[in-house]
Design a protein around this ligand. Structure first.
Ligand code: GLU
Length: 445
């Protein structure tokens, strides 16, 4: 049976790395088993959901190269949710509640003071018809809670193993607000059942929800899907990632020059038994994907590691794959330049920096004018090839007696204006005789 999975973001903000990891797990699992990946836009909260975020989510997923087989929006499906709510009401599993937020708060405070867990006491379930009418006459509008079984719900989680939620230890979840709008729980179950979702893959923060949702599935006469709850992401030093979520939007990484496969590789490998290495294709990540490899400990997301993978990815990238983007950055030099530059960059933009050095003008840095002047005299005429640098430096060494660092460091400083950079042999060939001579004479060229 090929799996059907869904990624179900709420379009109330930009995707951050935690969301993307969930999307990625779904995408890789679907690809691994020839399944279907559904993008389900959880936009039942009409006030907070924004079209611009929905577009941004799709932009991010497209940038990552994900295949979206199907897309649905919950706001198109309210009829289904109403019908499901009616079925639950008929079974006595959806009951009207009238407590205000303040009243609930007070109850919780008392429970805590008595050392009890702040679980909703089902007072509204016990109301008589007259009491209900009295509340409504006061102008109170009911909201609706699902009546949990108070039994233990068990499932075999694909990541966490044997899992359970004692539904007596949690409050009956509110499914419908007083204004008639649906909270996430019921629509999610209705859609998962109706779309034939076989595996719900999501973050560990949903484990308790799964207990209630399994009961909702059963109440709707649907077989619950399999569940895989992945540990949450934490920062490099183990701190909560959520503190810095604002700065961890996918779009920010894209703008900072991170390649999509560097991000996907990192998010696929952290927290697993695999080594953290870059992969150039989602297909490869998919072939390597297995829930059994995902550990129980939080996965550390380290931006330094992301930079490392990005650099590694660019080193493995052929000129043809980036030619267009280099062109857009006004980087010339063709494949020869790229082959040299890719060894010394973290993002593609860095290549532009090296190209400016080839192209000039740069300010040469010269400490010993007589040494540089002597070297300028020895600059051979073109055309240059990869061997020219060796012949040139040998000649300078013979003439000046300088060797090792004393030979190479001042030449690099004069020719590039920088103390570090790509390999000099190909760089020198690209700089060429005229600029090399001028720079060794201390002229901006
Ligand atoms: N919209 C929910 C969220 O973003 C979906 C959770 C789920 O995958 O069921 O948390």
């Amino acid at each position: 049976m090929s799996p059907i999975v869904r990624f179900a973001p709420s379009p109330t903000g930009r995707l951050h790395v935690g969301n993307v990891r969930t999307a990625l797990m779904n995408q890789l699992f679907a690809r691994r088993h020839g399944g279907t990946f559904i993008l389900r836009v959880d936009d039942t909260d009409l006030e907070r959901s924004k079209a611009e975020y929905e577009i941004a989510i799709e932009t991010d997923l497209a940038w990552l190269g994900f295949t979206i087989d199907n897309k649905h929006k919950q706001s198109d499906r309210f009829d289904l949710y109403e019908a499901a709510a009616a079925r639950l009401r008929e079974q006595g599993l959806l009951y009207a509640c009238y407590e205000t937020e303040d009243e609930l708060d007070r109850k919780r405070k008392i429970q805590r003071a008595q050392g009890q867990p702040p679980v909703y006491d089902r007072a509204s379930l016990k109301l008589t018809d007259e009491q209900r009418e009295a509340y409504e006459a006061e102008g109170r509008k009911p909201y609706w809670r699902f009546k949990l079984s108070h039994e233990r719900v068990e499932w075999d989680d694909l990541v966490r193993g044997a899992s359970q939620v004692d539904t007596a230890s949690v409050s009956d979840p509110i499914l419908i607000r007083a204004d008639g709008s649906f909270l996430y729980t019921l629509p999610s179950c209705v859609d998962d059942a109706e779309m034939g979702i076989t595996h719900v893959v999501r973050g560990e923060d949903h484990v308790t929800n799964s207990g209630a949702q399994i009961e909702v599935f059963r109440a709707l006469g649907a077989e619950p899907p399999a569940f895989a709850h992945t540990p949450l992401l934490v920062g490099a030093d183990g701190d909560k990632l959520s503190k810095r979520l604002g700065s961890l939007a996918v779009a920010d990484f894209r703008e900072a020059g991170i390649e999509p496969m560097a991000l996907s590789s990192l998010l696929a490998k952290i927290g697993t038994s695999d080594a953290i290495e870059v992969r150039t294709e989602l297909e490869t990540l998919a072939d390597e994907f297995d829930f059994a490899k995902i550990g129980r400990a939080p996965a550390r997301f380290d931006e330094a590691e992301l930079s490392r993978l990005n650099a590694q990815l660019l080193r493995e990238t052929d000129f043809d794959a980036v030619a267009e983007r280099l062109g857009a950055l006004n980087v010339g030099g063709g494949a020869a330049f790229w082959k040299m530059a890719r060894e010394n960059i973290t993002t593609l933009d860095d290549a532009a920096k090296w190209w400016r050095i080839v192209e000039g003008p740069i300010e040469p840095q010269i400490e010993d004018e007589s040494f540089a002047g002597a070297a300028a005299e020895l600059v051979p005429d073109g055309p240059y090839d990869a061997g020219t640098w060796g012949a040139f430096t040998a000649a300078v060494k013979e003439k000046t007696g300088a060797k090792g660092k004393a030979l190479f460091a001042p030449l690099r400083l004069a020719l590039t204006g920088a103390s570090r950079g790509p390999e000099m042999a190909p760089l020198f060939a690209l700089i060429g005789p005229e600029k090399a001579r001028a720079r060794l004479k201390g002229e901006a060229a």
